[in-house]
Design a binder for this molecule. Sequence first.
Ligand code: C2O
Ligand code: CU
Ligand code: CU
Length: 478
Amino acid sequence: MTIEVLLYRSCMYRRQLLSFLAIAAGAPLLSRCVQTTRRVVGTDGLLELSLTAQAQTKRLAGERTRMLTYNNQMPGPVLEARAGDTVRLTLINQLETPTNLHYHGLHISPEIDNVFRAIPPGERYTYEFQIPANHPAVTAWYHPHYHLDVARQVFGGLAGPLIIRGDLDEIPELQQTEEAVLVLQDFEPTLLPQDPHALARKWGRQGEFLLANGGRNPVVTIPQNGLLRLRLVNASASRIYQLQLQDHPWFLIATDRGAIAAPTPLDTLRLSPGERAEILISGQQEPGDYPLLSLSYDRGIGTMINSLRPIINNMSGVVPPTQTTLATLRYQPSDYAEPLPLPSALIPVEPLPTPAVTRELVLNHGITADSNGFIINDKSFDMNRVDTQVRLNQVEDWKIINKASIDHPFHLHTNRFQVIERNGQPESLLTWKDTVSIQGSETVVIRVRFEDFVGRTVYHCHILDHEDQGMMGIVEIS
Ligand code: C2O
Ligand code: CU
Ligand code: CU
């Protein structure tokens, strides 16, 4: 069974929400809360729902604009299940083009999480799978992965969070927290009817509007002296966020594939497309409003963009770096007389053993006989070619060399990895990842064990225009 509830975005705590539902199912919406987002929570071991992908005309920043939605929402509903649960999800395609679904962040078989599947317009498909019982608690997300059209569909708005509860949720201090999710998307009203400029395809299309949960600068509340567990999902097609919570401490507690060993204070947090982070915030500062800033970040195209001013205004999908307030953290009075304690330890991250195999993957662009621009090891993606053969349970180091001058965040499906080295320097914090930011001319070493599932899966640049144009490869696990 599955409960579907209306969640008043950022304005009601979970416990209150549950009691509210218990006493007032069907009651009118609270007037102080305007925007709503849906949350679908699995119960009795089953998360069952359907998602309809559809173009909609909606109001955004005062203008009527066309966007792509799941169940009439952008972002799509927050899905929530527990490790061990079964997921039965029917995708109904009411778009004009084929689509499919990828479960970014789940360790499930690539035969189910199959990006080569096409669901034609007007048709539906039911994905059914079990989340492994030992799956870590993660903030994952779902989005379309229909090759050649991924950037347009995700940029149009098709994305939603997928929360798996597990080990981290058992930490006593974390059971005291309020929770919020912020899905970060950028949007450009002209870009759905119109194709992006050629340069936007090359650099990765960006939008001028920065949205959190589909709105501009929403409020996220924190009880005074309480704790807030904030999940961040970068669901943008190309935009890399450099985030800062102004004048307020914040602590990293989990990355893409789950918890880290202990809460770790952050200054700024870089989040590439596809990356997620879980943050713990303690409400023990001076009560007030604290902006969550998206700082100006140059992913290697800033100089080129500046040299093109002022004609840039006519290039749809090309946006210069700027600073924006994404959301506001707001203190609310509470009954806590003393600050709730932060947990001192979370879940240990066991280092992966020494690799049996080492490989190199060179990311680049350029026209070669065998490519149309975006290449890994000199080759553009080919659906019928296996690029990398690996063995189940083997540990490998992948040295990813970005020969280009712009950032190429690298994502591996199905399995998690640890980042070992960046430009020859050991990575300071051991975490579980599935997407890693790689700046222009940077070299990053990741270590991965191919666990539990055989079959063909993919790795690619998560700037989705680059992926669509060939910066992707197939790995076969046998
Ligand atoms: Cu988030 Cu291959 O995708
Ligand atoms: Cu993925
Ligand atoms: Cu790229």
